[in-house]
Design a protein around this ligand. Structure first.
Ligand code: PBG
Length: 337
């Protein structure tokens, strides 16, 4: 047998060999981003034939329900599996209890019905469960003596979820971070014969400064007036706590779990996926989007490339999918190659 020719020197192992050609790079790639991984968060406004720009999120718009139906149709045609709806609520409809959240004729319910009527089950519709679009104090739950009370909030949130599910929402996504909300929502849905409605729990949701542009987009920033959500959302220093949150949500009936924000918390995504092996999602939030598109608009970053690279980061960290304001642009890019 011919002996291996002695190495003429170092290095024997050349990692770059596999990277030399594009075909070879494709062959050795470990992770893949596909349109099936994308969930598109969209903002809804009242009115007809109307769009509004969101100042802090370049290329992101709020759509009136009629135009939203068209936009969702385009997402569907691109193969995006689901959209997540976020209403901009008229300030005159906000109160301390977030009563508009349980109104069957509220904006988000009208949007769900219109999308389902036009597109049926060809695209999934997710709704956020939290009171912040509806409260005059901008918090996700009920405020009593300066504290967001848990159990009373959970009761209202479950009714909000029921309201959305009755409108035809496919996936209920509680983002409020109250304790026990997943169990209460599951109970209320099941009692109403809505056992087929899925729950994607925002399980590990951090009290983050990266939500700033979103609060502008849904109009909750002035209500919150500089306040924070630290008594219910998580501290950015913690990851063991995230695993406890996820474990609880799974035990309470969550079908899917989420980590949020995304890019600064990819370690949490990885730990969650490794520990639980359940469908795990990450939310590339408004501030992450603003950061990347803002820099790209100034010519400081290549916008297309950082979009794709940031989305791949989620896949590498173990996410099964990503909620991203880039969803439509990324789907187009994946289609066109
Ligand atoms: C509402 C909610 C928030 C986001 C999603 N659902 C904001 C918040 O908790 O204050 C943020 C999404 C984003 O920044 O893109 N509870």
């Amino acid at each position: 047998m011919k002996r291996h020719r002695a190495s003429t020197g170092f290095p024997r192992t050349r990692m770059r060999r596999n990277r030399r050609h594009e075909w070879s790079r494709r062959l050795i790639s470990e992770n893949h981003l596909s349109v099936d991984d994308l969930i598109w968060p969209v903002f809804v406004i009242d009115g007809e034939n109307k769009t509004e720009d969101v100042a802090s999120m370049p290329d992101v718009q709020r759509y009136s329900v009629d135009l939203l139906v068209d936009a969702v149709g385009k997402a569907k045609d691109l193969g995006i599996p689901a959209v997540a709806l976020f209403p901009f609520t008229d300030p005159s409809l906000k109160d301390a209890e977030g009563s508009e959240s349980v109104n069957p004729e509220n904006l988000v319910c009208r949007a769900v019905r219109a999308i389902k009527a036009a597109h049926g089950d060809d695209i999934g519709v997710m709704c956020d469960v939290a009171l912040d679009p509806y409260t005059d104090h901008g918090h996700d739950g009920l405020l009593q003596d300066g504290y967001i009370v848990n159990d009373a909030s959970v009761k209202v949130l479950a009714q909000q979820a029921l309201n959305q599910a009755q409108a035809g929402c496919d996936v209920i996504a509680p983002s409020d971070m109250m304790d026990g909300r997943v169990r209460e929502i599951r109970n209320v849905l099941d009692k109403a014969d809505l056992d087929r409605v899925q729950i994607m729990a925002y399980s590990a949701k951090y009290a983050s400064a990266f939500y700033g542009p979103f609060r502008d987009a849904v109009g909750s920033a002035p209500n919150l007036a500089g306040g924070d959500k630290k008594t219910y959302q998580m501290d950015s220093a913690n990851t063991d706590e995230a695993l406890r949150e996820v474990a609880l949500d799974i035990s309470e009936g969550a079908d899917m779990v989420m980590v949020k924000p995304g890019m600064p918390y990819l370690d949490v995504v990885r730990r969650v996926k490794d520990e639980f092996q359940v469908p795990t999602y990450a939310y590339q939030v408004s501030g992450e989007y603003a950061m990347l598109t803002g820099a790209a608009d100034r010519g400081w970053l290549d916008g297309e490339r950082v979009m794709m690279e940031s989305l791949m980061g989620f896949k590498r960290a173990g996410a099964d999918g990503v909620l991203s304001y880039y969803a439509v642009a990324a789907a187009k890019r994946l289609k066109d190659g």
